[in-house]
Design a protein around this ligand. Structure first.
Ligand SMILES: *Cc1c(COP(=O)(O)O)cnc(C)c1O
Length: 738
């Protein structure tokens, strides 16, 4: 995978602002400023505005944690463990204060401690950590089981319940049934602003933005439109611009202020953490901050978290210092100075702690193009471009069915399919049921068609994962139907390839009986062309006969009164050479990945397709080889001069075919071409780099792709192995980083 282009600078920086707002909540900086400003100002600042801070943190966590495309709960596990660890440390740090407060002397210590640990936090501000764990987990499972809309509705209902136990309590309090219900809740948790009622909705909104913030540019409506039209479309989404999101956020903030003031005025508030307008306010705040992209300030994440955790301790420290120096008037009683003093000490302490942590802490092991021995680089922009170009080439009402079998032709099914799903592709094709199931587990929606055979006994899984199966002949249709489990199918017609499919000329009674089968829902009929890539007269003639056969068959069905479902014929070359066919889908594979099967193939339609995959490895060693010495297995390369040989960390087990040895195969290093020397090994190969200036260990070798002005294209490499790009790609090794 290509590294993320730009980081979320706006979000990183606002973390600091949010941390300071939270200090404000606990120090009330305006409180000593006299009657009006003091009281009202303090309420507005600390009980309304600053209430956006914690939801902002929840949303940020959700943004990086929640996604419908996670197919394992690994990331959630890491998040929960990490937060629990921090919580544990924080609990220990505050034990002295708990002791001082007489916490351990209270009645019913054990039940109260459990309640505090799970919901309220063992010190007032620590509730944020268990709420993160519980809220994050609830949000994770809601998004995984439901789509965002339904998950949001569930979380919003929880929030609503919380709201009536918080700012709106005064309204509900009078109704006996309700007050009884809330009394029960308050037995378990002091407030409703906890991990169940408060946090999930913000986590879900964060995840929603993460999964959709590029969709506003590339969605279904914009697919197939030219770039300029798409730009207009993108700009039309008002709240996705700096200006628009800023305005919306400001407006919601004003409404929230009004809401807070009214509730305060009528004394409805039991607590003041939850407002109706808090939801849109934080949502637009986040959209606004998202617009500021650029440098990454990872350390601010640590600093803001540490500030959050330790500022109550710093309040105690400031009080102690004030007492020692006899400066209570200034440092404690003057609320502004008090706030500034606490902030200063907290920030200094947190920056120091974060610096220590980054110096001595455990560094996370990351996938890294600088340290990987060999890897595939995927250019998702080119993938989007190809989707767009192919969609434009198709007749109206024809949709792209993205063929992602065999690890998306070696590109990585997860990366490719989830990205296609995000940009609005709604039909996928795979070769096996297990590939289909994996797509669903990755969160892919839309239709998934299995092009090959599936054991009829697995019909239940087809239904469970809502995957469409191809009917490969009459006998198969009968066996699948006999499973007694209703499944979606596409019927394949053999129009001349003689691989899978029904004979179009067979008995019409039998054919009609397939359409009458109780457990088969026939949503499509298709065929596959076998020489669509050739423009030779004979081949064109054959293909046209295949096409005519197919349409003839459809016509026959129509005459029998069958309602014709979706039909499709073309794969990549089918579209390029016969773009005019009226169909509902084009099953594009190789063209989607931006290349053709063989180099310089003439096609009727010439599209600007751009390669998605590059294959790269590292120069791990340089050595001198004297004239007359040989390199590698079989001693097939003998130096005819004194040579510099680079050993590159990639071999045929990574998908760079051994048959390329000794065929003038070249790789790119430092922007120059260099020939492979001797036989390609399983995990390494040697390159003659004698003529490359400034060669050094650690440089990147490009085996497929571009380096400076030079490019090695996949079809040419494939041709040198006497095969086609499709095979070269689909054999890319599973141990490659992507
Ligand atoms: C693999 C496959 C495709 C995709 O072919 P490309 O030439 O890669 O576009 C389409 N249809 C069927 C039936 C396939 O098996």
């Amino acid at each position: 995978m290509r590294a993320d282009h730009k980081s979320y600078t706006g979000i990183d920086i606002f973390r600091m602002a949010a941390a300071l707002l939270i200090i404000a909540i606990h120090t009330s900086p305006l409180a000593s400023l006299g009657e009006g400003l003091g009281e009202t100002g303090d309420f507005i600042l600390t009980r309304i505005i600053a209430r956006a801070a914690v939801p902002f943190f929840f949303m940020t966590s959700g943004f990086f944690l929640i996604s419908r495309y996670h197919y394992s709960a690994e990331k959630l596990g890491t998040f929960v463990r990490k937060t629990a660890l921090i919580y544990g440390i924080a609990i220990l740090i505050y034990i002295p204060i708990n002791l001082y407060n007489g916490y351990f002397k209270m009645d019913h210590l054990l039940p109260n401690m459990i309640k505090d640990i799970v919901f309220d936090g063992t010190l007032y501000h620590l509730w944020y950590l268990p709420a993160s764990i519980i809220g994050g987990t609830i949000a994770w499972y809601l998004v995984k089981k439901l789509d965002y809309k339904k998950a949001f509705i569930v979380a919003a209902v929880l929030y609503l319940i919380g709201l009536f136990g918080d700012s709106y309590y005064g309204i509900i309090e009078k109704i006996p049934v309700c007050s009884g219900f809330y009394a029960y809740i308050f037995e378990v948790s002091d407030y409703t602003r906890n991990g169940i009622f408060f946090a999930p909705v913000f986590f879900i909104m964060g995840g929603f933005i993460a999964d959709n913030h590029d969709k506003f540019i590339y969605n279904k409506a914009s697919l197939g439109k030219s770039t300029s039209e798409r730009d207009v479309y993108a700009k039309n989404v008002f709240c996705q611009t700096v200006f628009g999101a800023g305005i919306c956020c400001g407006l919601m903030l004003i409404l929230m202020l009004a809401e807070g003031m009214i509730l305060h005025h009528f004394q409805f508030q039991r607590h003041d953490s939850m407002y109706v307008f808090l939801l849109p306010c934080v949502y637009f705040l986040f959209s606004f901050l998202l617009q500021f992209r650029g440098k990454r300030y990872v350390w601010l994440r640590d600093v803001s978290l540490i500030i959050y955790l330790i500022h109550p301790l710093m309040i105690v420290v400031i009080r102690m210092i004030a007492k020692l120096l006899d400066l209570q008037n200034l440092l404690v009683d003057n609320s502004v100075v008090h706030f500034l003093a606490v902030t200063l000490v907290s920030v200094v302490f947190s920056v120091a702690a974060a610096a220590l942590r980054s110096r001595f802490g455990l560094k996370q092991k990351k996938h890294n193009a600088d340290t990987d021995r060999a890897y595939i680089e995927i250019n998702l922009e080119n993938l989007e471009h190809n989707v767009e170009v192919l969609s434009e080439a198709m007749p109206p009402k024809c949709e792209l069915m993205a063929v992602v079998k065999a690890e998306a032709y070696g590109h990585g099914m997860y990366e490719i399919a989830t990205h296609l799903d995000k940009i609005g592709v709604r039909a996928f094709a795979v070769a096996t049921i297990d590939e289909g199931i994996r797509l669903r587990r990755c969160g892919v929606r839309g239709e998934i068609l299995i092009l090959g055979y599936t054991a009829p006994e697995r019909a239940k899984e087809l239904r469970k994962y809502d995957i469409t199966q191809t009917l490969i002949d009459y006998g198969y249709a009968c066996r699948l139907n006999e499973q007694g489990c209703t499944v979606k199918v596409h019927m394949k017609i053999d129009t001349g390839m003689h691989r899978l499919g029904f004979d179009p000329d067979f008995n019409i009674e039998e054919m009609l009986s397939v359409f009458a089968m109780e457990h088969l829902v026939i949503n499509g009929i298709y065929t596959h062309l076998c020489v669509a890539d050739s423009l030779e007269e004979d081949d064109v003639h054959f293909t046209k006969r295949q096409i005519a056969n197919f349409y003839g068959f459809i016509k026959k069905l129509k005459k029998e009164g069958i309602l014709i479902p979706k039909i499709h014929i073309q794969s990549s070359y089918g579209l390029l050479n016969y773009p005019e066919l009226k169909c509902n889908y084009v099953r594009a594979g190789i063209a989607l990945y931006g290349v053709l099967s063989t180099p310089n193939t003439p096609t009727n339609l010439q599209l600007d397709l751009r390669p998605v995959l590059s294959l790269k490895a590292k120069v791990v060693l340089l050595r001198f080889v004297w004239e007359g010495e040989s390199v590698g297995y079989g001693r097939t390369f003998t130096a005819d001069r004194d040579c510099v040989i680079a050993i590159v960390s990639i071999g045929y087990a990574d998908g760079f075919p051994r048959s390329l040895s000794g065929r003038g195969t070249e790789v790119l290093i430092n922007g120059y071409r260099a020939p492979v020397a001797g036989r390609i090994c399983m995990d390494q190969l040697a390159v003659d780099v004698t003529d490359i200036p400034n060669i050094a260990v650690g440089m990147t070798a490009t085996l497929i792709g571009r380096d400076g002005a030079e490019e090695i294209d996949a079809p040419t490499v494939a041709e040198n192995t006497e095969s086609i790009t499709n095979e070269l790609f689909s054999r890319m090794g599973s141990r490659l980083g992507r």
